[in-house]
Design a protein around this ligand. Structure first.
Ligand code: SF4
Ligand code: F3S
Length: 396
């Protein structure tokens, strides 16, 4: 049983997650259902955690392990700060389909303070924030959304007389784990685009003495953020990160690697305007500026809205929103000059790809069987004689 230390000579036992849920009125049956949900998300991480190529082929059932973890481990408090951002990452969470892992992790298990979703405001909210950091000192997950403006001696974003830089540093000091969710907190995001008037910086540039997990995206995929928290609860470890601080499982391959329009790309069929027959037929959007070939994220497999769709599926090229400096990087809606003859997937890439595919299966189970007209079209298109082929430009 978890023990938070001694008080008056007596050890103080912390409430476990199961006990907490029981107190919240969750039945044993519901608890087992929740554990199954978390176990499904754990499948996302299973490949790199289990670290064996043979296991990549099957999705291990981790429900028993999750039940054990939630029955014995204390609740993991989460404190969520919104700094210089549009609130889109929170909006993406709020828009997730229900019931989901997001509901479970954030509504029922973890969130202790969330600036945007919190009912309290003003001094009440400030008091709650700093009380939470004191109560859970050294134990909480700090999630930061939005970039941190450093210009004007902190004048661009100050709360209750404290600059955003100070707020983030102070909250980070007592955190056990720090997650930067969204491209703004991970890399500076749009606020950092030229001319960067507020001198926006990422969490990693402000907090340099602790590991920070970056979950970039505009917005970040909610299941990746909550999955990272769930993984920490169950396995007690952070995921393996790439050189940009992103979990390799979700950022190990490009959008292009799993894109549903890829068969059109490989068949040399490219839309040339947003309303031509190629675009309407689901053809590749490379010549409309798609950055899928150089963008690392799990959009094409996890998607949004319970696995419903993602930008390319709905007809918009990827603008590389999960890459650093994407706003300044060569202009939007212009064909990119990138080598597309990619080598075969590496072992890491394979693990990431399998992890993402398992994630897609989890999402698919949640939304039931929904027919994917675009995918069916994409598979049959290279042989479709009746579809007109636009003239190719820009690439050999
Ligand atoms: Fe998909 Fe873009 Fe790659 Fe075309 S270039 S296959 S639209 S990711
Ligand atoms: Fe962003 Fe591209 Fe995904 S624009 S949401 S990384 S498809």
């Amino acid at each position: 049983m978890p023990d938070s230390g001694a008080r008056n000579g007596n050890p103080v036992r912390e409430e476990t997650i199961y006990e907490y849920l029981q107190r919240e009125g969750v039945s044993r049956r519901q608890f087992i259902k929740y554990c199954g949900m978390v176990a499904g998300a754990m499948g996302l991480w299973a490949a790199p955690v289990l670290n064996g190529s043979a296991r990549l082929l099957g999705k291990p059932d981790l429900t028993e392990e999750v039940i054990r973890a939630l029955e014995t481990k204390p609740r993991l408090p989460v404190i969520w700060l919104d700094i210089q951002g549009c609130g889109g990452c929170t909006e993406a969470f709020a828009g997730s389909q229900s019931p989901t892992l997001v509901d479970l992790m954030l509504d029922r298990i973890s969130i202790d303070f969330h600036q945007m979703l919190f009912a309290a405001a003003g001094s009440q909210a400030e008091t709650a924030l700093w009380e939470a950091t004191r109560t859970y000192a050294g134990k909480y997950v700090l999630v930061v959304e939005g970039s941190i403006p450093t210009g004007g001696e902190g004048a661009y974003c100050a709360v209750a007389g404290r600059s955003a830089v100070d707020v983030v540093r102070e909250a980070a000091a007592g955190a056990d784990v720090i997650i930067a969710t969204g491209s703004c907190s991970a890399f500076g995001g749009i606020a950092r685009a030229t001319p960067d008037p507020t001198e926006a910086r990422s969490v990693r540039e402000i907090v340099t003495d602790k590991p920070v997990v970056n979950i970039p995206g505009c917005p970040a995929i909610p299941e990746v953020t909550t999955g990272t928290i769930a993984r920490y609860i169950v396995f007690g470890t952070l995921p393996e990160l790439d050189d940009l601080g992103r979990p390799k499982t979700f950022y190990g391959t490009t959008i292009h690697d799993s894109c549903l329009r890829r068969p059109f790309h490989d068949a040399g069929k490219f839309a040339r305007s947003f309303d031509d027959e190629g675009a309407r037929g689901g053809w590749c959007l490379y010549e409309l500026g798609c950055r899928g070939p150089t963008t690392y994220n799990a959009c094409a497999t996890l998607k949004w809205g319970g696995g419903l769709s993602f930008p390319i599926q709905s007809g918009h090229p990827c603008i590389g929103c999960s890459q650093p400096d994407f706003w300044d990087d060569g202009g939007l809606y212009q064909a990119q000059s990138v080598p597309l003859d990619r080598p075969a997937l590496t072992t890491v890439g394979m693990a990431a790809g399998v992890g993402a595919l398992v994630g897609a299966a989890v999402a698919a189970a949640g939304r039931g069987r929904r027919k994917r007209v675009h995918e069916a079209r994409a598979e049959s298109a290279p042989e479709a004689e009746s579809t007109p082929e636009p003239e190719r430009t820009g690439r050999g």
